[in-house]
Design a protein around this ligand. Structure first.
Ligand code: KIV
Ligand code: NA
Length: 275
């Protein structure tokens, strides 16, 4: 399994880091088999798997339930689990209690927290405790209601400067990696140059140290909104729907089950049964 030191080295040697979300055992296993460097159990879980229209409904128990399944499916891959909405904004004690639970119960390699400001202290707290932290700047889906929707961030010089300072603060607090979501590619490049820990972009252009996409977006699985910055590399949704239609038709037409699918009894047993 790769370590945070490997990711630092990959950044130095300009080898791109590939991150993908996963939420269950089969998707984690496929991601590992595909050679994904980091699996993120994102709280995007709320939208793409649980059918909510915001990540704000996802709980610590949800993250643990899915995090455990991912860990079992990808034993050799660095797994990051999102701390969900509201779970790291209270007291130090409360944050540490939730973080420790998620970290211990899922067996994750790191936890991810959105934002800077007061969150910087929490990054420091978890790092000091021995929990590696991935930071997340730019568009913060957990704060969408406050930001006024899902909009590109850091478009003004002032906002861009602030984001660079936030990234430096995340690094200084001990973050091992930073996800940059929905910011101009020029800013993402500046941030990547300003810090020594890797940047992982989503909707942040080609100049970050790695990329992350949501599993379901990457393979067209589900009917949730697909953002502009996504490229789909397979059409699993169509493949699955076609397969399910064929199954339904086969049952209706009597084509399934066929002889090879059924169990049988010995002749003597049948005779004994009917007397
Ligand atoms: O929850 C998630 O999937 C994420 C990625 C979009 C970075 O946080
Ligand atoms: Na997330």
């Amino acid at each position: 399994m790769k370590s945070t030191a490997d990711f630092m080295r990959m950044k130095r040697e300009q080898e791109k880091i590939v991150m993908l979300t996963a939420y269950d055992h089969p998707s984690a296993k496929l991601a590992e088999q595909a050679g994904i460097d980091v699996i993120l159990v994102g709280d995007s879980l709320g939208m793409v798997v649980l059918g909510y229209d915001s990540t704000a409904f996802v709980t610590v128990d949800d993250m643990i339930h899915h995090g455990k399944a991912v860990r079992r499916g990808a034993k050799e891959t660095f797994v990051v689990v999102d701390m969900p909405f509201g779970s790291y904004h209270g007291s130090t004690d409360q944050t540490l209690k939730e973080a420790t639970r998620i970290f211990q119960e899922t067996g994750a390699n790191a936890l991810k927290l959105e934002g800077a400001g007061n969150v910087i202290n929490k990054i420091q707290l978890l790092t000091d405790t021995g929990i590696p932290v991935v930071a997340h700047l730019g568009l913060l889906p957990q704060s969408a209601a406050v930001l006024g929707g899902y909009k590109v961030q850091g478009k003004t010089a002032e906002a861009a400067e602030k984001l660079i300072e936030d990234a430096k603060a995340c690094e200084a607090a001990g973050a091992c990696m930073i996800v940059l979501e929905c910011i101009p590619y020029q800013l993402a490049e500046r941030v990547s140059q300003a810090i020594t820990i890797p940047t992982i972009g989503i909707g942040a252009g080609a100049k970050t140290d790695g990329q992350v996409l949501v599993f379901h977006d990457t393979i067209k699985y589900g009917d949730h909104h697909i953002p502009k910055f996504v490229e789909a590399y397979a059409d699993a949704g169509t493949a699955i729907r076609n397969g399910l239609q064929s199954y339904a038709e086969a049952v209706k037409s009597g084509g399934f089950p066929a002889e090879q699918h059924q169990f049988t009894m010995k002749e003597a047993e049948l005779e004994a049964m009917y007397g």
